[in-house]
Write a protein that binds this ligand. Structure first.
Ligand code: MN
Length: 504
């Protein structure tokens, strides 16, 4: 994928000077042991860097400022090996702008019952040292994740790993750029939003280029490069006969390849993380980009159709979270239903733009009319998505806040072949059930565009929402509609009060 910058997480151990230099040296050595073992576990996507233990307010403040000023620092894991009086932390934490994970662990797993003395007690105080620390986090309203358990516990390591992935997506957003080719689809509400507030809250910027700017770059692509990409299509995919070299519609394939090369050049030249387009605004293009958008998504670019920049940014974040995990991630739209009570299935797809990272088998390359937009027939990859647990996520701008909405689902293979459907698709069953999930989604104002993923989990997205400070609502196997509605109403009050005249 188009990778985010290399990064690391700082492991910060707090202590104090009550017990002399010997115990402090031991604390430092123990912190290094924990870091070395966690790095050796192979379960963490980012390396932990053990920082010198901090024992004074000036050190803590300097460390937090250094973290803010270090682009490579994705976030901080905090651990109070001994007691670290937390008023010392107020100055530093009040300035800290990086994600925080509070790891509540201790060096030893088992208590040495027959050996334990007061020296051991004074050296291993996380049980109350981390509570003192948790209080100052709560008192300062610090956004953070708390992970609890011995550092060798695989579940504990997985909590850290999930947070690291969310932190990496957050770091990727900071200063990131998304380009909109053309504006919003006329009249559509949910794809709109406040791009100024989004930039202030999420760190990424969204700006528009007229589609003519892209058309110029596409037209400049050389014929040799087009021929090479067409050959790659024929090698990697099942290209229908009519599009193959020497066949009557090969020129459509050549134009699709030209679009991909032009769009790729535009995105690379502008160092963009993702993009949107709009079938109503294609002046200078012969087709709505299909295979081009699909393959760019597979390379890690975010995408949203019809000018949907929030979904483009969300898909990009989900791509970064999922990097290195099995299972693909795509832009998606709830398209149509099977309301047979035995099924109650959702057929998800889009006009063209479903990412081949979720293809169950080799995609075919086909050309069909689009039916809208009045342009030439676009070339697209067609495939089914595999069965397995997955989720849909959407982000909406509610005027006073952003809401991230998640529905855990179970993708299934289509119950029957779809020989006449000329687009890639996924079929799924909603948790807890179709009626509850769809009602909850609609009560929450959930978008029809989503990020769909087999790799990203609710935990990843909850961690990202916590870092960003936005509302997150989850529809899963435990969702009850009455409680879900009450939660939305409570959030309405909370975010109104928390935001004052601006945003939280
Ligand atoms: Mn759409």
């Amino acid at each position: 994928m188009k990778n985010p910058p290399a990064s690391e997480v700082w492991y910060v151990t707090g202590s104090q000077h009550l017990y002399g230099e010997g115990p402090l040296r031991q604390v430092a050595a123990n912190a290094q042991t924990v870091v070395d073992q966690l790095n050796a576990s192979g379960r963490l996507p980012l390396p932990l860097v053990c920082k010198p233990i901090v024992t004074r307010p000036e050190e803590i403040r300097a460390l937090c400022l250094e973290a803010n000023a270090t682009p490579n620092c994705t976030g901080l894991v905090l651990w109070m090996h001994t007691f670290s009086p937390s008023k010392m932390w107020i100055g530093g934490l009040s300035l800290l702008r990086k994600p925080v994970l509070h790891l509540h662990t201790q060096l030893n797993r088992d208590l040495p019952w027959s050996e334990i003395d007061m020296d051991f007690m004074n050296l291993n105080q996380a049980a109350h040292g981390d509570r003192e620390h948790g209080f100052i986090h709560a008192r300062l309203r610090l956004r953070r994740k708390v992970a609890v358990g011995h550092w060798s516990d695989l579940e504990t390591q997985d909590r850290i790993a999930a947070w690291m992935r969310a932190g990496r997506a957050w770091a990727d957003w900071q200063g990131g750029k998304f380009v909109r080719f053309g504006d919003n689809m006329r009249g559509v509400a949910v794809t709109e939003g406040d791009k100024v507030t989004a930039e202030a809250m999420f760190g990424f910027s969204v700006n528009t280029h007229g589609i003519g700017d892209l058309a110029l770059v596409i037209d400049e692509v050389g014929d040799d490069a087009v021929a090479r990409l067409c050959a790659e299509y024929e090698e990697r995919y099942q290209v229908v006969d009519a599009l193959r070299q020497g066949s009557e519609r090969h020129e459509s394939l050549r134009y699709a390849a030209r679009q991909e090369l032009g769009m790729r050049a535009f995105l690379e030249d502008g160092n963009y993380l993702g993009f949107t387009d709009n079938f109503q605004d294609l002046h200078g293009l012969k087709q709505l980009p299909g295979i081009a958008t699909q393959r760019l998504m597979a390379d890690g670019y975010g995408f949203g159709g019809e000018g949907d920049w929030k979904t483009s940014a969300l898909v990009r974040a989900m791509k970064v979270i999922a990097d290195g995990l099995p299972g693909g991630t795509s832009f998606m739209e709830d398209y149509t239903y099977d309301l047979n009570p035995e099924g109650h299935l959702v057929l998800g797809s889009h006009m063209l733009e479903v990412c081949p990272s979720i293809a169950a088998a080799k995609p075919s390359v086909e050309v069909h009319p689009l039916g809208i937009g009045g342009k030439e027939d676009p070339v697209r990859l067609v495939f089914d998505a595999p069965a397995g647990p997955a989720l849909n996520a959407a982000m909406m701008d509610l005027g006073n806040r952003f809401r991230l909405l998640i529905n855990e689902i179970d993708a299934v293979l289509p119950p029957q072949p779809l020989p006449k459907l000329p687009v890639a698709r996924a079929v799924w069953r909603c948790r807890p059930d179709f009626k509850t999930a769809c009602a909850a989604w609609i009560y929450a104002g959930g978008a029809h565009h989503t990020g769909f993923s087999y790799a990203v989990t609710t935990e990843h997205l909850e961690d990202l929402a916590e870092i960003a400070g936005i509302e997150v609502a989850v529809i899963d196997a435990d969702t009850r509609l009455r409680e879900f509605k009450a939660r939305l109403r409570n959030d309405e009050i909370y975010y109104h009060l928390a935001s004052g005249i601006g945003r939280p």
